[in-house]
Design a protein around this ligand. Structure first.
Ligand code: F6R
Length: 366
Protein backbone atom coordinates (compact mmCIF):
# COMPACT_ATOMS: atom_id res chain seq x y z
CA UNK A 1 0.00 0.00 0.00
CA UNK A 2 2.89 2.36 0.69
CA UNK A 3 4.34 1.81 -2.77
CA UNK A 4 7.55 3.83 -3.17
CA UNK A 5 7.11 5.57 0.21
CA UNK A 6 8.50 4.71 3.63
CA UNK A 7 5.65 6.11 5.68
CA UNK A 8 2.02 7.13 5.26
CA UNK A 9 2.91 10.68 6.18
CA UNK A 10 5.41 10.89 3.34
CA UNK A 11 2.93 9.30 0.94
CA UNK A 12 0.21 11.71 2.03
CA UNK A 13 2.49 14.74 1.64
CA UNK A 14 3.26 13.65 -1.91
CA UNK A 15 -0.41 12.91 -2.64
CA UNK A 16 -1.28 16.58 -2.19
CA UNK A 17 -1.34 17.50 -5.89
CA UNK A 18 -3.81 14.65 -6.53
CA UNK A 19 -5.81 15.40 -3.37
CA UNK A 20 -6.18 19.02 -4.49
CA UNK A 21 -7.15 18.17 -8.04
CA UNK A 22 -9.76 15.65 -6.82
CA UNK A 23 -11.14 18.19 -4.35
CA UNK A 24 -11.38 20.89 -7.01
CA UNK A 25 -12.59 18.61 -9.80
CA UNK A 26 -16.20 19.76 -9.39
CA UNK A 27 -15.15 23.25 -10.49
CA UNK A 28 -14.86 21.91 -14.03
CA UNK A 29 -13.78 24.65 -16.42
CA UNK A 30 -16.20 27.30 -15.23
CA UNK A 31 -15.12 30.92 -14.84
CA UNK A 32 -17.69 31.66 -12.16
CA UNK A 33 -18.11 30.36 -8.63
CA UNK A 34 -21.18 28.22 -7.90
CA UNK A 35 -22.80 28.52 -4.45
CA UNK A 36 -24.48 25.16 -5.16
CA UNK A 37 -21.11 23.46 -4.55
CA UNK A 38 -21.80 23.95 -0.83
CA UNK A 39 -25.29 22.41 -0.98
CA UNK A 40 -28.54 22.89 -2.89
CA UNK A 41 -29.84 25.43 -0.37
CA UNK A 42 -26.54 27.29 0.05
CA UNK A 43 -27.11 30.47 -1.95
CA UNK A 44 -29.67 32.29 0.29
CA UNK A 45 -27.82 31.19 3.45
CA UNK A 46 -24.43 32.41 2.23
CA UNK A 47 -25.96 35.64 0.95
CA UNK A 48 -27.50 36.37 4.35
CA UNK A 49 -24.30 35.81 6.37
CA UNK A 50 -23.12 38.93 8.20
CA UNK A 51 -20.16 37.28 9.89
CA UNK A 52 -18.39 33.94 10.03
CA UNK A 53 -17.54 31.85 13.09
CA UNK A 54 -15.08 29.01 12.45
CA UNK A 55 -14.84 26.15 14.98
CA UNK A 56 -12.18 23.43 14.83
CA UNK A 57 -9.29 21.72 16.64
CA UNK A 58 -5.58 21.25 15.97
CA UNK A 59 -4.50 21.42 12.37
CA UNK A 60 -8.07 22.13 11.24
CA UNK A 61 -8.06 25.15 13.58
CA UNK A 62 -4.96 26.43 11.77
CA UNK A 63 -6.83 26.16 8.46
CA UNK A 64 -9.57 28.30 10.01
CA UNK A 65 -7.07 30.90 11.22
CA UNK A 66 -5.62 31.15 7.71
CA UNK A 67 -9.09 31.52 6.19
CA UNK A 68 -9.89 34.45 8.44
CA UNK A 69 -7.37 36.58 6.50
CA UNK A 70 -9.10 35.66 3.24
CA UNK A 71 -12.66 36.11 4.50
CA UNK A 72 -11.97 39.56 5.86
CA UNK A 73 -9.78 40.83 3.01
CA UNK A 74 -11.65 39.32 0.06
CA UNK A 75 -15.25 38.83 1.22
CA UNK A 76 -15.28 41.74 3.69
CA UNK A 77 -16.88 39.54 6.37
CA UNK A 78 -15.90 39.78 10.03
CA UNK A 79 -14.59 36.40 11.07
CA UNK A 80 -13.69 34.78 14.36
CA UNK A 81 -11.95 31.45 14.72
CA UNK A 82 -12.25 29.44 17.92
CA UNK A 83 -10.69 26.31 19.34
CA UNK A 84 -13.75 24.07 19.65
CA UNK A 85 -12.92 22.79 23.14
CA UNK A 86 -12.82 26.36 24.46
CA UNK A 87 -15.79 27.73 22.56
CA UNK A 88 -18.16 25.08 23.85
CA UNK A 89 -17.58 26.14 27.45
CA UNK A 90 -17.49 29.89 27.04
CA UNK A 91 -20.40 32.24 27.64
CA UNK A 92 -20.15 33.98 24.30
CA UNK A 93 -22.49 36.38 22.55
CA UNK A 94 -24.33 34.87 19.61
CA UNK A 95 -25.59 36.64 16.51
CA UNK A 96 -28.16 34.65 14.48
CA UNK A 97 -26.81 36.18 11.25
CA UNK A 98 -23.57 34.24 11.69
CA UNK A 99 -22.48 31.51 9.33
CA UNK A 100 -20.97 28.82 11.56
CA UNK A 101 -18.27 26.86 9.75
CA UNK A 102 -16.90 23.68 11.33
CA UNK A 103 -13.71 22.16 9.92
CA UNK A 104 -12.65 18.56 10.45
CA UNK A 105 -10.73 15.90 8.60
CA UNK A 106 -12.45 13.01 10.36
CA UNK A 107 -15.84 14.55 11.11
CA UNK A 108 -15.77 12.66 14.43
CA UNK A 109 -13.83 15.05 16.69
CA UNK A 110 -15.94 15.19 19.88
CA UNK A 111 -15.07 18.79 20.75
CA UNK A 112 -15.89 20.08 17.27
CA UNK A 113 -19.24 18.25 17.25
CA UNK A 114 -20.04 19.62 20.73
CA UNK A 115 -19.03 23.17 19.74
CA UNK A 116 -21.43 22.98 16.79
CA UNK A 117 -24.26 21.85 19.09
CA UNK A 118 -23.42 24.70 21.43
CA UNK A 119 -23.60 27.24 18.57
CA UNK A 120 -26.96 25.82 17.48
CA UNK A 121 -28.31 26.02 21.03
CA UNK A 122 -27.28 29.67 21.12
CA UNK A 123 -29.56 30.20 18.13
CA UNK A 124 -27.13 30.09 15.23
CA UNK A 125 -28.95 28.03 12.63
CA UNK A 126 -26.84 28.64 9.55
CA UNK A 127 -24.11 26.05 9.61
CA UNK A 128 -21.72 24.63 7.05
CA UNK A 129 -18.99 22.03 7.44
CA UNK A 130 -15.85 21.26 5.48
CA UNK A 131 -14.99 17.63 6.07
CA UNK A 132 -13.00 14.82 4.48
CA UNK A 133 -15.30 11.92 5.44
CA UNK A 134 -18.69 12.08 3.71
CA UNK A 135 -20.45 9.60 6.01
CA UNK A 136 -19.20 11.20 9.25
CA UNK A 137 -21.23 12.55 12.18
CA UNK A 138 -20.27 16.14 11.35
CA UNK A 139 -21.56 15.91 7.80
CA UNK A 140 -24.88 14.52 9.08
CA UNK A 141 -25.23 17.58 11.33
CA UNK A 142 -24.90 20.14 8.53
CA UNK A 143 -27.25 20.83 5.63
CA UNK A 144 -24.48 22.76 3.92
CA UNK A 145 -21.24 20.95 3.42
CA UNK A 146 -18.18 20.73 1.27
CA UNK A 147 -16.45 17.37 1.15
CA UNK A 148 -12.72 17.55 0.57
CA UNK A 149 -11.50 14.63 -1.48
CA UNK A 150 -8.10 14.12 0.07
CA UNK A 151 -8.73 10.37 0.33
CA UNK A 152 -8.10 8.40 3.53
CA UNK A 153 -5.51 10.02 5.79
CA UNK A 154 -3.72 7.36 7.81
CA UNK A 155 -0.69 9.14 9.27
CA UNK A 156 -1.66 10.72 12.59
CA UNK A 157 -0.16 14.04 11.50
CA UNK A 158 -2.64 15.74 9.22
CA UNK A 159 -1.17 16.92 5.90
CA UNK A 160 -3.28 16.54 2.76
CA UNK A 161 -6.48 17.12 4.77
CA UNK A 162 -5.12 20.55 5.75
CA UNK A 163 -4.22 21.76 2.27
CA UNK A 164 -7.53 20.54 0.80
CA UNK A 165 -9.38 22.34 3.62
CA UNK A 166 -7.50 25.51 2.66
CA UNK A 167 -8.53 25.10 -0.98
CA UNK A 168 -12.17 24.62 0.08
CA UNK A 169 -12.00 27.68 2.36
CA UNK A 170 -10.58 29.79 -0.44
CA UNK A 171 -13.42 28.69 -2.70
CA UNK A 172 -15.92 29.53 0.06
CA UNK A 173 -14.30 32.98 0.38
CA UNK A 174 -14.62 33.65 -3.36
CA UNK A 175 -18.25 32.50 -3.27
CA UNK A 176 -19.14 34.77 -0.33
CA UNK A 177 -17.26 37.66 -1.94
CA UNK A 178 -19.22 37.25 -5.15
CA UNK A 179 -22.60 37.06 -3.38
CA UNK A 180 -21.67 40.26 -1.54
CA UNK A 181 -20.78 42.07 -4.77
CA UNK A 182 -17.11 42.27 -3.85
CA UNK A 183 -15.61 40.19 -6.64
CA UNK A 184 -15.06 41.60 -10.10
CA UNK A 185 -15.41 39.07 -12.95
CA UNK A 186 -11.67 39.48 -13.58
CA UNK A 187 -10.79 38.61 -9.97
CA UNK A 188 -13.25 35.73 -9.99
CA UNK A 189 -11.52 34.26 -13.02
CA UNK A 190 -8.09 34.84 -11.50
CA UNK A 191 -9.09 33.27 -8.18
CA UNK A 192 -10.47 30.18 -9.88
CA UNK A 193 -7.45 29.75 -12.10
CA UNK A 194 -5.12 30.11 -9.11
CA UNK A 195 -7.06 27.26 -7.47
CA UNK A 196 -6.89 25.12 -10.62
CA UNK A 197 -3.16 25.68 -10.91
CA UNK A 198 -2.52 24.54 -7.31
CA UNK A 199 -1.76 20.88 -8.06
CA UNK A 200 1.03 21.93 -10.44
CA UNK A 201 2.34 24.59 -8.06
CA UNK A 202 2.37 22.16 -5.10
CA UNK A 203 4.13 19.58 -7.27
CA UNK A 204 6.94 22.07 -7.90
CA UNK A 205 7.31 22.85 -4.19
CA UNK A 206 7.61 19.13 -3.43
CA UNK A 207 10.74 19.09 -5.59
CA UNK A 208 12.49 21.02 -2.82
CA UNK A 209 12.61 17.84 -0.73
CA UNK A 210 16.36 17.11 -1.19
CA UNK A 211 17.25 20.58 0.11
CA UNK A 212 14.95 20.20 3.09
CA UNK A 213 16.58 16.87 3.91
CA UNK A 214 19.89 18.73 4.26
CA UNK A 215 18.30 21.28 6.59
CA UNK A 216 16.77 18.48 8.64
CA UNK A 217 20.24 17.12 9.43
CA UNK A 218 21.18 20.46 11.00
CA UNK A 219 18.02 20.49 13.04
CA UNK A 220 17.80 17.02 14.33
CA UNK A 221 19.82 17.46 17.51
CA UNK A 222 18.09 20.65 18.67
CA UNK A 223 15.77 20.69 21.66
CA UNK A 224 13.73 23.76 20.73
CA UNK A 225 12.70 25.72 17.67
CA UNK A 226 10.85 28.95 16.95
CA UNK A 227 8.61 29.44 13.92
CA UNK A 228 7.86 32.94 12.68
CA UNK A 229 5.37 34.30 10.18
CA UNK A 230 3.37 37.43 9.66
CA UNK A 231 -0.18 38.01 8.41
CA UNK A 232 -1.77 34.99 6.79
CA UNK A 233 1.54 33.15 7.14
CA UNK A 234 1.42 33.27 10.93
CA UNK A 235 -1.10 30.38 11.11
CA UNK A 236 1.19 28.50 8.71
CA UNK A 237 4.06 29.00 11.16
CA UNK A 238 1.75 27.61 13.89
CA UNK A 239 1.02 24.58 11.74
CA UNK A 240 4.75 24.07 11.08
CA UNK A 241 5.45 24.15 14.83
CA UNK A 242 2.63 21.69 15.54
CA UNK A 243 3.92 19.25 12.91
CA UNK A 244 7.45 19.44 14.30
CA UNK A 245 6.48 18.87 17.95
CA UNK A 246 3.97 16.18 17.09
CA UNK A 247 6.26 13.85 15.21
CA UNK A 248 9.81 14.79 16.31
CA UNK A 249 9.13 15.72 19.99
CA UNK A 250 11.22 18.86 19.56
CA UNK A 251 9.64 21.69 21.49
CA UNK A 252 8.47 24.24 18.96
CA UNK A 253 6.48 27.44 19.22
CA UNK A 254 5.16 29.85 16.65
CA UNK A 255 5.01 33.61 16.97
CA UNK A 256 3.83 36.41 14.75
CA UNK A 257 7.26 37.89 14.08
CA UNK A 258 6.33 41.31 15.47
CA UNK A 259 5.82 39.74 18.92
CA UNK A 260 9.45 38.60 19.18
CA UNK A 261 10.65 41.70 20.96
CA UNK A 262 7.80 41.45 23.46
CA UNK A 263 9.29 38.37 25.10
CA UNK A 264 10.45 35.38 23.06
CA UNK A 265 13.59 37.14 21.80
CA UNK A 266 15.01 36.40 25.27
CA UNK A 267 15.09 32.72 24.29
CA UNK A 268 17.19 33.21 21.16
CA UNK A 269 20.82 32.10 21.19
CA UNK A 270 22.94 29.85 18.97
CA UNK A 271 21.03 26.77 20.16
CA UNK A 272 17.66 28.11 19.04
CA UNK A 273 16.98 27.59 15.34
CA UNK A 274 14.41 29.99 13.94
CA UNK A 275 12.31 29.04 10.96
CA UNK A 276 10.67 31.90 9.08
CA UNK A 277 7.87 31.78 6.53
CA UNK A 278 8.82 34.71 4.33
CA UNK A 279 7.08 35.00 0.98
CA UNK A 280 7.25 38.30 -0.81
CA UNK A 281 4.25 40.17 0.48
CA UNK A 282 3.50 43.54 2.04
CA UNK A 283 4.98 42.42 5.36
CA UNK A 284 8.31 41.13 4.06
CA UNK A 285 10.28 44.28 4.94
CA UNK A 286 8.93 44.19 8.49
CA UNK A 287 9.74 40.52 8.78
CA UNK A 288 13.30 41.11 7.58
CA UNK A 289 13.94 43.51 10.41
CA UNK A 290 12.54 40.92 12.87
CA UNK A 291 14.98 38.40 11.41
CA UNK A 292 17.88 40.76 11.92
CA UNK A 293 16.99 40.87 15.61
CA UNK A 294 17.36 37.08 15.66
CA UNK A 295 20.69 37.10 13.81
CA UNK A 296 22.08 39.74 16.14
CA UNK A 297 21.52 37.31 19.05
CA UNK A 298 23.31 34.47 17.28
CA UNK A 299 20.15 32.55 16.30
CA UNK A 300 20.49 30.43 13.15
CA UNK A 301 17.81 31.32 10.60
CA UNK A 302 16.10 28.98 8.15
CA UNK A 303 13.99 31.05 5.80
CA UNK A 304 11.37 29.82 3.35
CA UNK A 305 11.20 32.66 0.83
CA UNK A 306 9.89 32.67 -2.71
CA UNK A 307 11.10 33.56 -6.17
CA UNK A 308 10.32 37.26 -5.64
CA UNK A 309 11.62 37.75 -2.08
CA UNK A 310 14.61 40.06 -2.08
CA UNK A 311 16.81 38.33 0.45
CA UNK A 312 20.21 36.78 0.27
CA UNK A 313 21.84 34.07 2.29
CA UNK A 314 24.72 34.88 4.61
CA UNK A 315 26.47 33.37 7.58
CA UNK A 316 23.81 31.78 9.80
CA UNK A 317 21.03 32.74 7.39
CA UNK A 318 19.88 29.90 5.12
CA UNK A 319 17.30 30.52 2.41
CA UNK A 320 15.16 28.17 0.38
CA UNK A 321 13.04 29.70 -2.35
CA UNK A 322 9.66 28.39 -3.41
CA UNK A 323 9.51 28.46 -7.22
CA UNK A 324 6.69 31.00 -7.60
CA UNK A 325 5.00 33.71 -5.61
CA UNK A 326 1.37 32.74 -5.20
CA UNK A 327 -0.53 35.74 -3.84
CA UNK A 328 -3.29 34.96 -1.32
CA UNK A 329 -2.79 31.22 -1.71
CA UNK A 330 0.91 31.36 -0.91
CA UNK A 331 -0.09 30.30 2.63
CA UNK A 332 -1.10 26.93 1.20
CA UNK A 333 2.15 26.50 -0.74
CA UNK A 334 4.30 27.45 2.24
CA UNK A 335 2.76 24.65 4.29
CA UNK A 336 4.43 21.99 2.15
CA UNK A 337 8.11 22.62 3.06
CA UNK A 338 7.20 22.74 6.77
CA UNK A 339 5.52 19.32 6.49
CA UNK A 340 8.63 17.99 4.75
CA UNK A 341 10.91 19.51 7.36
CA UNK A 342 9.04 17.83 10.24
CA UNK A 343 9.04 14.54 8.34
CA UNK A 344 12.77 14.54 7.63
CA UNK A 345 13.72 15.65 11.13
CA UNK A 346 11.64 12.73 12.46
CA UNK A 347 13.51 10.35 10.13
CA UNK A 348 16.87 11.54 11.43
CA UNK A 349 15.69 11.25 15.04
CA UNK A 350 14.13 7.85 14.41
CA UNK A 351 10.73 8.63 15.91
CA UNK A 352 7.55 6.79 14.91
CA UNK A 353 6.37 9.10 12.15
CA UNK A 354 2.95 7.61 11.49
CA UNK A 355 2.05 6.86 15.10
CA UNK A 356 3.54 9.51 17.38
CA UNK A 357 3.49 8.64 21.08
CA UNK A 358 0.40 9.59 23.12
CA UNK A 359 -1.71 10.59 20.10
CA UNK A 360 -4.72 9.10 18.31
CA UNK A 361 -5.79 9.83 14.76
CA UNK A 362 -9.35 10.68 15.64
CA UNK A 363 -10.12 12.29 18.99
CA UNK A 364 -13.63 11.09 19.78
CA UNK A 365 -13.45 11.85 23.49
CA UNK A 366 -13.35 15.21 25.25
C1 F6R B 1 -2.38 17.34 13.84
C2 F6R B 1 -3.66 16.66 13.86
C3 F6R B 1 -4.71 17.08 14.85
C4 F6R B 1 -6.08 17.18 14.18
C5 F6R B 1 -7.17 17.46 15.22
C6 F6R B 1 -8.53 17.68 14.58
O1 F6R B 1 -1.56 16.85 12.84
O2 F6R B 1 -3.92 15.81 13.06
O3 F6R B 1 -4.37 18.30 15.46
O4 F6R B 1 -6.04 18.19 13.22
O5 F6R B 1 -7.24 16.39 16.13
O6 F6R B 1 -8.93 16.57 13.84
P1 F6R B 1 -10.08 16.65 12.77
O7 F6R B 1 -9.63 17.54 11.68
O8 F6R B 1 -10.31 15.22 12.33
O9 F6R B 1 -11.29 17.23 13.48
Amino acid sequence: ELGQYRHYMQKEIFEQPAALSNTLEMLGTTHSVQPGLFGASAEPVLRAARQVLILACGTSYHAGLTARYWLEAIAGLPCSVEVASEYRYRDSVADPATLVVTLSQSGETADTLAALQHAKLLGMRHTLCICNVPESSLVRENALRFITRAGPEIGVASTKAFTTQLAALYLLTLTLAKLRGRLTPANEGKGLSALRHLPVAVGKVLELEPHIRVWAERFAMKQNALFLGRGRHYPIAMEGALKLKEITYIHAEAYPAGELKHGPLALVDQDMPVIAVAPNDALLEKLKSNLQEVRARGGELFVFADADSEMSASDGLHILRLPEHYGQLSALLHTIPLQLLAYHVALVRGTDVDKPRNLAKSVTVE
